[in-house]
Design a protein around this ligand. Structure first.
Ligand SMILES: Nc1nc2c(ncn2[C@@H]2O[C@H](COP(=O)(O)OP(=O)(O)O)[C@@H](O)[C@H]2O)c(=O)[nH]1
Ligand SMILES: [Mg+2]
Length: 234
């Protein structure tokens, strides 16, 4: 299997302790794969580690968004990464080792089979407290309802941060719907799905087990809930 048609986009914020392991694993398993680290002003050694990984394996690019004066945001970072990529397909994943690198190959297979989007689906969720589960379940129900009412495309996990997409397809949808993508938000897949007409493309689900973070902490919080509500409305 050839991976030179694939770029993995890694949005990062203080993931210096996680990316050496992740990038090494990706490069060892998918030799020719390209990697783009889209960083938002990490205060740790994330950028230095990405540069070190590039020296070691090659084809690891870094977008230092803060230095470039770009507005901070996870979705905006992913979009910058996709714009910068040059391969036929891109795969977006978290840089904190919560998305297993072994699943990248399965997502790649689905894209090569012709699916426009292949979505990593969490088969298990970590031990969240009750309120977080409640908020999360409610947002999922609203999210699905909005897609249904708008006759938009759906999938097995509309809020997944782990997915592959045909690059040209993404860029076409994005360029026609720029202001419907919430740059500061966390849900770029959701913003993409809502801009696509239901059943107009082939989308597949790829199950995986979500892992607990080893190092660093989640940046998701109340602000992201507000950004998601903005996503529903736009
Ligand atoms: N570029 C960029 N990356 C971010 C930002 N916030 C989080 N990330 C990265 O996005 C991924 C998911 O973030 P995380 O905080 O783990 O969210 P969670 O998994 O939903 O709890 C990780 O790789 C983070 O380093 C941001 O504002 N900008
Ligand atoms: Mg995480």
């Amino acid at each position: 299997m050839q991976y030179k048609e694939f770029t993995v986009i890694l949005p990062t914020l203080n993931e210096g302790r996680n990316i050496p392991e992740l990038i090494s694993n990706l490069k060892k398993r998918y030799r020719e794969i390209e990697i783009i680290v889209a960083d938002d002003g990490s205060k740790d050694n994330t950028i230095d580690e990405a540069i070190r990984m590039n020296k070691k394996y090659g084809n690891v690019k870094v977008i230092d968004r803060k230095k470039m004066g770009r507005e901070k945001g996870l979705t905006a970072s992913v979009i910058d990464g996709i714009k910068r990529s040059r391969t036929k397909y891109v795969i977006v994943m978290d840089a904190d080792l919560q998305h297993p690198y072994q699943v990248v190959g399965k997502i790649a297979d689905r894209l090569l089979d012709g699916d426009k989007i292949a979505v990593g689906i969490r088969a298990e969720v970590e031990n969240w407290p009750f309120y977080r589960k409640f908020v999360s379940k409610s947002l999922i129900i609203i999210g699905y309802a909005v897609l249904f009412l708008r006759r938009s495309q759906s999938c097995g996990d509309i809020f997944s941060g782990f997915f592959g997409v045909d690059r040209e397809f993404f860029m076409n949808v994005y360029s026609r719907n720029k202001n419907r993508f919430v740059g500061r938000g966390f849900k770029v897949l959701y913003d993409l799905l809502k801009c696509v007409k239901r059943d107009s493309i082939q989308v597949s689900d790829v199950p995986y087990v979500f892992k607990n973070r080893k190092f660093g902490e989640s940046k998701a919080g109340a602000k992201q809930v507000l950004d998601l509500l903005k996503s529903f409305a736009s």
